[in-house]
Unconditional design. Structure first.
Length: 118
């Protein structure tokens, strides 16, 4: 499975960005799709994830500002990030839980950098 993330970049405080992550390769189905982030010197944390059934979780610090969605037909997950603050600066990693046909696996993308600065 390959995960291609895009949409990161430099944005001013209060601005918005939209991240996308496309899953490709050999799998039968994808259950959870999500985003995690890791700032320098900090542990990786959940930003948001969404199940195939539409169940959604958000990290506490992004509730009300970020929105996760997915297009299962395109194996793509999106993260709309609004009202960004410098504290949102981090590498954002896409994560999927997929069924290979034999077992369930977890896979990480390489990350896309989001920098919030004036």
């Amino acid at each position: 499975v390959q995960l291609q993330a895009s949409g990161g970049g430099l944005v001013q405080p209060g601005g918005s960005l939209r991240l996308s992550c496309v899953a490709s390769g050999s799998f039968v189905s994808i259950n959870d799709m999500g985003w995690y982030r890791q700032a320098p010197g900090k542990q990786r944390e959940l930003v948001a994830d969404i199940t195939s059934g539409g169940g959604i979780r958000y990290g506490v610090s992004v509730k009300g500002r970020f929105t996760i969605s997915r297009d299962s037909a395109k194996n793509t997950v999106y993260l709309q990030m609004n009202s960004l603050t410098p504290e949102d600066t981090a590498a954002y990693y896409c994560n999927v839980r997929f069924y290979s046909g034999i077992d369930w696996n977890n896979h990480w993308g390489q990350g896309t950098l989001v920098t919030v600065s004036s």
